[in-house]
Each structure stands twice: as structure tokens, then as C-alpha cells.
Design a protein around this ligand. Sequence first.
Ligand SMILES: [Zn+2]
Length: 293
Amino acid sequence: MPELPEVETVRRGLAPVMEGARIMRVEARRPDLRRPLPRDFVKRLEGQTVTGIGRRAKYLTADLASGEVLLMHLGMSGSFRVSHDGKKATPGEFHHPRTTAQTHDHVVFRLSSGATVTFNDPRRFGLMLIVPRGELESHPLMREVGPEPLGNAFDADLLAAACSGKKTSLKAALLDQRVVAGLGNIYVCEALHRALLSPKRRASTIATRTGTANPRAIALVDAIKAVLTDAIKAGGSSLRDHRRTDGELGYFQHHFRVYDREGKRCVTPGCGGTVRRVVQNGRSTFYCPTCQK
Ligand SMILES: [Zn+2]
């Protein structure tokens, strides 16, 4: 499942191609992805100018001149392919390589700029819905989504308040999309390592007795923002070099400090510990028991 940095990188790849362009033709090659495509899907998109490409949590949004929003999710295996003047690119860097097999091209947008944007999704856990702009925040998929981790509103007090009184592990709390949006297994492990906090620690221990932030919450919010910013920067720089956009290089992986590094030396300066893998709530956690307390 792509996490926030990957989705943001896709957004940054699509924005220059789609913003300001008119959707001339839409080909919906099957009636459904994870859910059926909306009623009159093609009709509501054709002829519309895209006024903006945004992101909320792991969802992409295309604002249309009609006042509706095309809401998109990559699911497990979805990707977009942009072709223009014979050049092809797949914006975004993914932990698992993306396919370009045409049998999995499900939705094709032909734009007034001459560019074609194709949604490819072998496992079909992706999603496309059309929602009126004014109803987006209250949409069932959106209304419980927590704060954006890179937004100004997300700070140590907000995170501490959300974790205060929680008996779950800190890792489980960070994976809860109501606590903070867009984080998954990889970046939760990475952020906890940077903050030198154990994933097994009780979530409530980053808050004071009155629910305000303690130094752990401050360190954790700094780490979350830093990890995501670095990952987006790494993905963004790879966008400029289309040879790297096939995902084969596992670009993000090279930057992991603990994720998928079981048995390797911890990179925290002066630590000397070894990265361990444990299973929490059925998922692998990578951490360093020596410096993460
Ligand atoms: Zn360590």
C-alpha cells in the first residue's frame, strides 16, 4: 500500500500535466475498480477543465470546473502513466515495482494538451469516485481521516491529545488514520527510530497527565515531518529522471534506516545496536532496542 510520500510524489507528477487542461475523452475500460465507477462517470468528466490536483491523506483529488471532485486512490497496485509526445513516465516511486501491462489499463484520460493519463491497477483495489466539492470533507471515506502530518495544524499537542489515554502501542496509534493521516508501516517505523522511541511503548506515554505534549511528543512530531519531507524530496528528485520511475531501483528503500534492515547495524550515531524485527498487530516492526526507548 503506497504511503503519503508516494502519493504526494504521484500528485506532483500529475499536477503539471493535468492542471489547467481539459479532459477531452475518457475511456472507462471496465465498470468497476474496488467499487463500481460512479454513475455517468465518463459524462461527468468529459469536457471538464481540471482546476487543481490535490491530496488528502492517501487520496488524490482532481478539482473540476463543474464543482465536482474526482477522488482517486491507488489501492495496493495502482499507478498513473503519463504519455506525451511519445514520452512515457510513471510518476511516483513505489516500494514494489509497477506494471505497464496494458491489460491492466482501466481508465484513460485524453487531455486538451495532447497528454494521455492512464490508470493501471492489476489488483484493482484502486478507487475512483466523483463527489461535490462541498461534500468532500463529510464523505464517509474522508470524515474520520485525521490531520495531515505536514500541515501546520499537526503539532506535538495535537498528537499528544490524540494519544492521551490510549492503551495501545505507540506504533498502533500512529497507524490509526484517525490519529494522523497517511502514515503506514514503513514511515511509522522510520519516524519512531528517528525519534528514538520504542514502537512497543504505550501510546499515552507521549502525553502529560493533563493530555498535553511531553518531550517525546515533540521529538516524534519533528521526526514524522522530517521522515516524510525527506521521502517526498527523494521521490521528487527521481521524477526528473524518468529512467528511475519504473520503480526497479526501489529508490525509497535506499533511504530506510530501520525498515527491512533486520540484523543490520543501527545507523544512530554512537548506538552500535542491531535492528530487530518483531510482529505487532500482525505486521512487521523494525526497530533498534538499544537506542529506541
Ligand atoms: Zn540504535
